[in-house]
Design a protein around this ligand. Structure first.
Ligand SMILES: Nc1nc2c(ncn2[C@@H]2O[C@H](COP(=O)(O)OP(=O)(O)OP(=O)(O)O)[C@@H](O)[C@H]2O)c(=O)[nH]1
Ligand SMILES: [Mg+2]
Length: 462
C-alpha cells in the first residue's frame, strides 16, 4: 500500500505523468461534450446607449471575429452623416439656448461661410448614402427635433417591466433616496421655436428625399454642393475656433448627441477621405442604435458562447421577453456618466433613474431566478471627467459622498444597485470603459471564466 501510494504521488514518474495527462484529456473531452450540449447564452441588457453593442464589438475584436469590409464601409457612412447632422444640431441648439455663435456674425466672414457649408452639406449625406438609402433616412431622423414627439409617442412611457406579472416597480416610491432626483439645470426645449430655427435656415433637410423639389429656382442661383473636404474643413474650423460651439458642446447633457462625437469631429478630415478605412477604434466610438435582437456565436476557452444583444430604448424592450429563456448569465450595462442627462425617448426622464429602474425590475425578475447578473458600471471615463465639474448630488440628493470624488460616486452606484436586489442572486460588479480594448480584454476574460464555471456547475460537473 505504501509502495502504491508512493507511485501515485510521485510527480517525476513518467507512468504517473502519462496517466495524469490521459485523465486530464478525458476530463476536457467530457467537459467539452457537456458544454456543447449546454451552450452558454450570455444576454446583454441595459437602457439605450448604455454601451451593450460596444461590449459585443469588443468581444468580436478580442475573439478574432472582427469587422468585415462592409461593416467598415457602413460605419464610415454613418460616422460622416452623424458628424454633419450633429454639427447642424450644435448650431441650432446654440440658437435655441441663446448662445452667441461666432459663425452667426456676418463680420466673422470666414466662420460665417463655414456654417453655410455645413448647412448645405446635407446633400453630401444624400450622395454618400446610396447603398444604405433607407437605413440612413431613418437614422438621421434621430437628430430631427420634429421627431421628438414621435419618439415620445413610440415610447411606452415607462421603463417597462412587461416581463413579470407583478412588477417590482410598485415599490419604487419607497426608494425616494435615489429616485427623488433634482434637475435645476434642465429646461424643456421648445419644439416650435426649434423648428422655426430650422425653417429659417431653410437649408437643412434632414430627411433624404432623393429629389429636388426646387430644381427650377436653384438652377437660377446655382451654388455647387460643397465637397467632402470643404465640409470636413468647415467642421474642423468651427469645432476648433467658434467660442459659441464650445459653450453649447459643454452643455451637451441638455440635448441628445452621441457620447463620442468629439472623437469624430477631431478626426473629421480622415472620414472625408474616400480612401480611408474605418479602424476598430472608430467603430467602437461610433453609434448605430440596435433594433431587434442579434445573436453572435463565439468559441471561448473551449465553450460555445452565444452573446445576445438587444435594443435598449423603450420601444425595443417589448422584444426582450423573447430571449429570456435558457440564459446562463446576464450582463447588465449601465452608463454611470448619464446622471445629468435626459432620455432620448422622453426628455422629462433622467437617464440614470431609468437605468436603475430597469435594473431593479431585471434583478428581481422571476426569469432570472438562478441566473448570475454581472453589472458593468460603464462609461467611467466620461464619468470621471464629468464629476469634476458637475456634482452628483445636484441630481441625486441621496448621494452623500465627497463632491467630485469619482470613487465615492462609483461606490454609491454599486451600493444603490445592491440594495435593490431583493433576491439571493449573486451580483458581480465591474467598472468599465467599453471603448477601451485593453481594459475590456481583462474584464471580459474574468467574466467568461465566471460564466464557464457557472455553466459547469449547472450541468453538475463541478
Ligand atoms: N466614452 C465612452 N463611450 C462609450 C462607452 N461605452 C459605450 N460608449 C459609446 O456610447 C455610444 C452608445 O453605445 P452602444 O454600445 O451603441 O449602446 P447600446 O447600449 O448598444 O445602445 P442601444 O443599441 O440603443 O440599446 C457609442 O457611441 C459608444 O461608442 C464608454 O465606456 N466610454
Ligand atoms: Mg446596441
Amino acid at each position: 500500500m505504501g509502495c502504491g501510494a508512493s507511485i501515485e504521488s510521485d510527480s517525476d514518474d513518467p507512468y504517473y505523468q502519462l496517466k495524469k495527462l490521459d485523465k486530464q484529456i478525458e476530463r476536457n473531452l467530457l467537459l467539452e461534450k457537456k458544454n456543447s450540449k449546454n451552450p452558454i447564452r450570455l444576454l446583454l441588457l441595459g437602457a439605450g446607449e448604455s454601451g451593450k453593442s460596444t461590449v459585443l464589438k469588443q468581444m468580436k475584436i478580442l475573439h478574432h471575429i472582427g469587422f468585415t469590409n462592409e461593416d467598415r464601409t457602413l460605419y464610415k457612412t454613418v460616422i460622416w452623416s452623424d458628424a454633419i447632422a450633429s454639427f447642424q444640431l450644435l448650431i441650432l441648439q446654440a440658437r435655441e439656448k441663446k448662445i452667441d455663435l461666432d459663425c452667426d456674425k456676418f463680420e466673422n466672414r470666414e466662420l460665417f461661410n463655414y456654417k453655410k457649408i455645413i448647412f448645405r452639406a446635407s446633400s453630401s449625406i444624400k450622395k454618400n448614402s446610396d447603398p444604405n438609402f433607407n437605413f440612413l433616412n431613418q437614422y438621421l431622423e434621430k437628430y430631427s427635433e420634429t421627431s421628438k414627439l414621435k419618439r415620445m409617442e413610440e415610447s411606452t412611457g415607462t421603463p417597462d417591466t412587461i416581463w413579470d406579472e407583478t412588477s417590482p416597480d410598485q415599490n419604487l416610491k419607497n426608494d425616494q433616496n435615489f429616485y427623488n432626483y433634482t434637475d435645476e439645470n434642465y429646461n424643456n426645449s421648445n419644439i416650435n421655436e426649434f423648428n422655426q430655427a430650422l425653417n429659417e435656415d431653410n437649408m437643412i433637410n434632414l430627411k433624404i428625399s432623393g429629389f429636388r423639389k426646387d430644381a427650377g429656382t436653384r438652377r437660377k442661383n446655382y451654388i455647387p454642393d460643397p465637397t467632402k473636404s470643404e465640409i470636413a474643413h468647415a467642421i474642423k474650423s468651427l469645432w476648433n475656433n467658434d467660442s459659441g460651439i464650445k459653450k453649447i458642446y459643454a452643455r451637451r447633457n441638455e440635448y441628445t448627441i452621441d457620447s463620442n462625437i468629439d472623437y469624430i469631429f477631431n478626426k473629421i478630415e480622415c472620414f472625408s477621405n474616400d480612401d480611408y478605412v474605418c479602424t476598430d477604434q472608430d467603430i467602437l466610438n461610433a453609434r448605430i442604435k440596435t433594433t431587434g435582437v442579434t445573436e453572435t456565436h463565439f468559441q471561448i476557452k473551449g465553450s460555445d458562447f452565444t452573446v445576445i444583444d438587444v435594443g435598449g430604448q423603450r420601444s425595443e424592450r417589448k422584444k426582450w421577453l423573447s430571449c429570456f429563456k435558457d440564459i446562463t448569465a446576464v450582463i447588465f450595462v449601465l452608463a454611470i456618466s448619464e446622471y445629468d442627462e435626459k432620455l432620448f425617448e422622453d426628455n422629462n426622464v433622467n437617464r440614470i433613474v431609468e437605468s436603475v429602474l430597469l435594473f431593479k425590475s431585471i434583478v428581481n425578475s422571476k426569469w432570472f431566478n438562478e441566473t448570475p447578473i454581472i453589472v458593468f458600471l460603464n462609461k467611467t471615463d466620461l464619468f470621471r471627467v464629468k464629476i469634476q465639474t458637475n456634482p452628483l448630488n445636484r441630481y441625486l440628493p441621496g448621494y452623500t459622498g465627497e463632491s467630485g470624488n469619482a470613487e465615492d460616486g462609483i461606490q454609491y452606484f454599486e451600493n444603490t444597485l445592491k440594495s435593490l436586489n431583493q433576491t439571493s442572486r449573486e451580483l458581480y460588479f465591474n467598472e468599465t470603459c467599453a471603448t477601451d480594448t485593453r481594459q475590456m480584454n481583462f474584464i471580459l476574460n474574468a467574466v467568461t471564466d465566471i460564466v464557464i464555471q457557472k455553466n459547469l456547475k449547472a450541468v453538475g460537473l463541478i
